[in-house]
Ligand binder design. Sequence first.
Ligand code: PMP
Length: 371
Amino acid sequence: MKQELKKLKDKGQFRIIPNIEAKSDGKIVIDGKEYINFASNDYLGISTKYHLEREFLSKTTSALSTASARLLTGSSPEYKNLENTVANLFNKESALIFNTGYQCNLGVISAIINKGDVVFSDKLNHASIIDGMQLAKGDFYRYKHFDYENLEKLLKEKRENYNRALIVSESIFSMDGDIANIDKLIELKKKYNCLLMVDEAHAFACMGETLAGISYNKDVDIITATFGKAIGSFGAFCVSSKDIIDYLINKARSFIFSTSIPPLNIAWSNWLLTEKREFLISQKNKLNNLVKDVHTLLNNKGIYTVSNSQIIPIIIGSNEDTIKISEKLKSKGYYIPAIRPPTVPEGSSRLRISLTADCKIEDFEKILDII
Ligand code: PMP
């Protein structure tokens, strides 16, 4: 292990947990120094609206522990309420809460894909999707990112060799900020008789008419998303048909064999999505206006980006250079950590600028100048 750790250090890939001491709207304190935070997935700025937390905590009577998995004694009315809220929000029959987005993707894929089944997955899909495929007993193929001709070629060659088939894609990709062509994926899933699963982790509450992301009201069979990003909470969910949700309740091992999240947290997510819905929408509009302004600025400066969302990658290439620029930004008061392999492919280390409703366009301009 020591040798492997040394290798990571030599390659500039050794990771440490930052010593984060405090967070406030758009700011973060690390090792006693305050930075402007361009690294958060708290896209609507909810997690630092401490007045909301205080208001919720002054009213709630929800418990701090379940001490059990849902199928034993770990369920409570808070769960049903939140599952109804998200099923309605996404206009789907049913919903199931998982402890995290990671466990959700892992559980859904490994439950649905058995021996004789197959997954077709975008090459840049999140680690939780990759790990789900590796855990599943079936086979998987990874198509080139956004290359739907490559996907169709694989479907043509391989689909008929299997029973059940699943196509999986993120909607907004977590490290590139580009958006999948959901209509094309629907066309292919129909043509080749597959199920389609879309991970809306980075679009949920940031895009879509009802906060429901990119695939709202489209023929997507399974949608997964997390409460840990734009909602500023914790936990995750899958929305689908009643049959698929019943199947997951019976087969998804990361759901069945793990103690459920405290009802307090479940109630907090539900309170935000119901009682504070108007506030979420106003923050979403604020974010969307900023995203528009930032992309116009990039365009005017002639800077090309694959992104068309709040996630903007600045691809540097080598680990060392990315770390150097990240340190330089830090010395000027901006927090944008270096993202390195295995989170992103070798040779594509980057600064992942993440806009939230609390970011300012003037700061973004300064960051570009420094880079
Ligand atoms: N899917 C995607 C696309 C993600 O980016 C993430 C979080 N990085 C997850 C799933 C996992 O969600 P959670 O943090 O709730 O485990």
